[in-house]
Design a protein around this ligand. Sequence first.
Ligand code: FMN
Length: 390
Amino acid sequence: MLRFYTAGESHGQALVAVLLGLPAGLEIDFAYVDRELKRRMGGYGRGGRMKIERDRAQFLSGVRHGRTIGSPVTVLIENQDWKNWTQAMAVEAGAEASAQYRPVSQPRPGHADLAGCLKYNLTDARYVLERASARETTARTALGAVARLFLREFGIEIASHVIQVGRVRSTAAATFEAIQALRDREEILLNCLDPESEERMKGEVDQATQNRDSVGGVFEVVAHGVPPGLGSMAQWDERLDGILAQAMASIQAVKAVEIGTGVEGAGQFGSEVHDEIGYDREHSRFTRKSNRAGGLEGGMSNGEDIVVRGYLKPISTLRRPLESVDFGSREPVKAAYERSDVCVVPAAGVIGEAMMGLVLGRSFLEKFGGDSMEETRRNFEGYQEQVRRF
Ligand SMILES: Cc1cc2nc3c(=O)[nH]c(=O)nc-3n(C[C@H](O)[C@H](O)[C@H](O)COP(=O)(O)O)c2cc1C
């Protein structure tokens, strides 16, 4: 089974991630992995931190001479900012007396600060926020890229785009090819398909920045080329729609997940929503006239593009801080301020792509298994033949 773990604090030495269960013989394109890390760092409205970091994935295990060897894949990504935090984030005891160490005792609304301090019995929210920070998603992005290299071998590609920033929503029609073409852009800006909407989205970010405020928005992730039958209708926790919803909601600041046109569909008649089934005799395959289900029916992929949206709340850290209470005095104070992004919707989309890759990689290996790429490929091709002959 494909599983992964990540570790590391935002201003610690490094982030580490371990991926278990990949078959042997998968070629790793290191430049592809680093490009995904770079995409995660981009987008209009990012804060100063992303100017400091130069994320690069160092493979420590599981890959030899460019290919996976069946053992756990470990990736390390250094935090360049660590050199500025060696005292404030020292591993050894004693540095608490240094001038660099300033406990965060004014918890920020919308962050893990208060709940985490209560849970772990800590009075410095630094220890909580360091791990709650979305810096952790750097590790997920690196592993997601590896999972996507695996899926690519079977014709599955994943891409994302932004459909809303603040109050501006793009309604531009989105083919998979157009979304995928966005990946070639060197400058991400807001990763929106429609230049006119993108310009207005930029205006939303500018307005939030001027007002010392923040914005949220919506990204859409699409997986193309997914065979029918990943996931299962048999048990609640095997349903691919539920697993994808969890994966997307686990991205920091994502507060709602939509599959296909699920939100709009809730207010429509059934005849307006469900995707009628046809048959293409020439290519011996079932077809759909629409894909409002977002490629998922009964907890399984149905062969159409999988379409999932993540809805982000506005960034919690505000330059104009909200009310809070000091841990020591219990008096009202303004919440602490940490250097912060104003808008992260495009980056969240890139992380959404990584999560889609990791979830589909796992479902794919659950269905087809295999300890080597050759074995997985044989199993996959056998299933494809079965579907063709159905
Ligand atoms: C790519 C990315 C970057 C983020 N950067 C920031 C940031 O700079 N400042 C901030 O307050 N929140 C940021 N967030 C959101 C917080 O990490 C998140 O809101 C917080 O940890 C609380 O978790 P929750 O919103 O999921 O409840 C970011 C989220 C993502 C996906």
